[in-house]
Design a protein around this ligand. Structure first.
Ligand SMILES: [Fe+2]
Ligand SMILES: [Fe+2]
Length: 358
């Protein structure tokens, strides 16, 4: 499942270059896929939608958007340490996640060239957007003298193999959850400009439209493949990926509650809004959505998040690795058990809803 490109010898970090944070189950991953299968996908069922999306992508509405304005040209020494560190972590996580999209899309575009021209161009245009997003975030990290060496990250990171079907589910969800994360922060700061401690948040409104378009392209891809929504297996996988993405979100947002607090947001409420909105949106593409109104839904997710904070605490302790593992096991088991119970909550059949609406 997991393969790593040849590891280069670890180098001393250069001045102003941040050593990337350690990879964990919760950090954004780099993906590779089965390019042969991707090239042979029959897209005819969504041909009109895909061609319309391609026109939109070519129009490149945000081509002048990612330009740093005057407000960036100042010192950021005034940001207090309790805000600074979680903010840098946030920038790094976002940058890695945008860059991971760029690498995957670029590779898909390259491998599909001459074989699936529409998809190849689509991926090239999406890679263009993600490169802008990652670059913009990395420049922001540069303001804190902590840029990432993305060329080095490309060489040293672990690449996870996902069959193309899983790529479609997970990238769709990560684009849509990205959209909701950006837009909710943007709207909150519109109402509370006093919490806008750095100018990057002003860019989120048009930025999230890129993610929304990317999500729509993946929706068209998903709907073009009946095996991704018409079968009982598709329903099980959809539940699995929805839950994985939401659980990862809840856990990471609560790990970085300090960052959300510094924006004047309540981490738990922000997470709830992101999860509920993404779930509703995903219902338009997936054959099922999760029942977020079920009384156990958020209570079990929050329980997992509390257990995860204990894992973080153990990780930070100075105990030997083996002792840490022993201490972590009961918490890991309890998280897995709760995730299983969450998975078993009856989902909402969105295909049936669609038929009723018609
Ligand atoms: Fe992006
Ligand atoms: Fe995107």
């Amino acid at each position: 499942m997991v393969n790593t490109l040849p590891q280069s010898v670890p180098k001393e970090p250069k001045v102003g270059i941040k050593t990337p944070s350690k990879e964990t189950v919760l950090t954004p991953r780099f993906y590779t896929t089965d390019f042969e299968t991707a090239a042979s996908l029959d897209l005819s069922a969504q041909d009109t939608e895909l061609k319309a999306m391609l026109e939109e992508m070519r129009a490149d509405y945000n081509r002048h958007h990612f330009v740093r304005d005057e407000e960036f040209k100042q010192s950021w020494e005034n940001i207090p340490p309790e805000t600074r560190q979680p903010f840098i972590d946030y920038l790094e996580r976002s940058c890695i996640s945008e860059f991971s999209g760029f690498l995957l899309f670029k590779e898909l575009s390259r491998k599909l060239k001459g074989r699936s021209p529409i998809l190849s161009e689509m991926f090239q245009l999406m890679a263009r957007d993600e490169a802008r997003h990652a670059g913009f975030l990395n420049k922001a990290m540069g303001d804190f003298k902590l840029s990432l060496d993305l060329a080095e990250v490309t060489k040293t990171r672990t690449y996870t193999f996902f069959p193309i079907e899983w790529v479609v589910y997970t990238v769709y969800l990560s684009e849509k959850i990205g959209y909701w994360r950006y837009i909710l922060i943007y709207h909150h700061l519109q109402k509370h400009p006093e919490n806008q401690f750095y100018p990057i948040f002003r860019y989120f409104e048009s930025w999230c439209q890129d993610e929304n378009r990317h999500g729509d392209i993946f929706k068209a891809l998903l709907r073009s493949q009946p095996q991704l929504w018409k079968t009982w297996k598709a329903r099980l996988w959809s539940r699995f990926f929805l839950l994985s993405v939401f659980a990862t979100h809840t856990l990471t947002v609560h790990e970085r509650a300090g960052f959300y607090n510094s924006l004047g947001l309540d981490a738990t409420e922000f997470d709830r809004q992101v999860v509920c909105n993404t779930n509703e949106t995903a219902g338009r593409a997936f054959p099922v959505m999760l029942n977020t109104d079920h009384p156990e839904f958020f209570s079990r997710l929050h329980y997992c998040s509390d257990q995860n904070l204990k894992l973080v605490e153990i990780d930070r302790s100075s105990a030997p690795k083996f002792v840490k593992l022993i201490r972590k096991l009961p918490y890991i088991a309890s998280i897995l058990w709760n995730l299983l119970r969450l998975y078993l909550i009856k989902p909402i059949d969105t295909e049936a809803l669609r038929l009723t609406v018609r």
